[in-house]
Design a protein around this ligand. Structure first.
Ligand SMILES: Nc1ncnc2c1ncn2[C@@H]1O[C@H](COP(=O)(O)OP(=O)(O)O)[C@@H](O)[C@H]1O
Ligand SMILES: [Mg+2]
Length: 339
């Protein structure tokens, strides 16, 4: 959301935490989509704004660049071009000390809870290690107290503190990973499919935990998920990525009530309906979401799948244009506001 003062507790534009502009990432050796000898970027010029304490959901199919965006925000992958600024201060590319400061500012939780903890360390030791790495040498008693408080905050029973990752459930392990990521009070927590590998009932608990931590500490969330229902529950703002570009973004209400991009519409239509008759009707993958249909060179990447595509869609890449307060769409033939 951008523009006038808004959001939880009236967060204003001057409190912008993260500003990403025209971010471009190309992996070396990545095959193109038919443009011979020309690697297509994983991110082709992405803008992203996150306000202090705000929550942004990033959605889009596998391979659209969500994890690349997450990694670029954290300085884990180097962009070819574009800029990233934290609290208005640009992060110079390749600057080690700026990146270390950033590591305290932003943390990440990944999909696989077991993969993100050292299997040879107890849960408490993993959390303690993160604290010392981020805050430097800390008196032992202080570390013990902080770790205990952090484990309690994420809902882990003290009896689990001395367990190893393989001795706890996926949900408990993910809670420990969240404790590790949040113990030094980052301004931003990036969750890259952080609940996707968990049982549905556990997913809901972890989502509630994230919302609670965000509210309690004014911690912003960038929540990457293919689960739109979860994004709707958790995020103030939604960004839709397709082939490394933002095709639509806006306040949650605008995106869910009146999506303008045909791809967003197709994603929303594919959310399983509570009504079994409707669910059965929509069980086949619609052409608009068929990932085997690859983008054609030039023009709008989405047009080979798009029911609304016309000649101009092959001629020009549509620019992201404002369509309502904080709502923007990149489409030559957007849906009307009524949907
Ligand atoms: N380390 C890598 N090397 C080469 N290509 C990669 C690498 N990581 C991701 N990609 C490619 O970049 C694109 C975006 O990937 P990714 O950011 O992982 O998407 P998502 O998280 O949305 O599934 C994909 O086409 C993927 O194959
Ligand atoms: Mg990913």
């Amino acid at each position: 959301m951008r523009g006038a003062a808004h959001g939880r507790g009236g967060v204003s534009v001057s409190e912008r935490l993260l500003q990403v502009r025209d971010l471009r990432v190309t992996y070396p050796g990545r095959a193109g989509w038919g443009r011979s000898g020309h690697a297509n970027p994983a991110l082709a010029g992405v803008d992203l704004d996150v306000e202090s304490g705000g929550s942004v959901g990033i959605v889009g199919e596998s391979g659209c660049g969500k994890s690349t965006l997450a990694r670029a925000i954290l300085g884990l992958v180097a962009p070819q071009s574009g800029s990233i600024a934290w609290r208005g201060v640009p992060v110079p590319r390749g600057d080690g000390s700026a990146l270390r400061r950033l590591r305290r500012e932003a943390q990440i939780v990944f999909q696989d809870p077991f993969g993100s903890l050292d299997p040879r360390m107890t849960l408490a030791d993993s959390v303690a290690e993160a604290l010392v790495a981020l805050e430097g040498p800390t008196p032992r008693a202080r570390v013990v107290a902080r770790v205990a408080a952090s484990l309690a905050e994420v809902g882990l029973d003290p009896s689990l503190a001395s367990r190893y990752p393989h001795e706890v459930s996926g949900g408990q392990c993910q809670r420990a990973a969240i404790a590790r990521a949040t113990i030094a009070r980052p301004g931003l927590l990036v969750c890259d499919e952080a609940v996707s590998a968990l049982d549905v009932s556990v997913q809901a608990q972890i989502v509630n935990l994230l919302a609670d931590l965000s509210r309690r500490h004014g911690m912003a969330l960038v929540f990457i998920s293919h689960n739109l229902a979860v994004v709707r529950h958790l995020c103030d703002e939604v960004v839709v990525l397709y082939c490394g570009r933002v095709v639509e973004r806006g306040p949650r209400e605008a995106i869910f009530a009146s999506p303008r991009h045909p791809y967003t519409r197709a994603l929303l239509d594919a959310v399983p309906a509570p009504d079994p008759v409707v669910a059965r009707r929509s069980s086949a993958v619609p052409a608009a979401l068929d990932a085997s249909v690859r983008p054609a060179p030039g023009g709008c990447d989405y047009r080979p799948r798009c029911p609304r595509a016309g000649p101009e869609c092959a001629a020009r890449i549509p620019a992201l244009a404002t369509t309502g307060t904080g709502h923007a769409v990149a489409c030559h033939h957007p849906l009307s506001t009524a949907g």
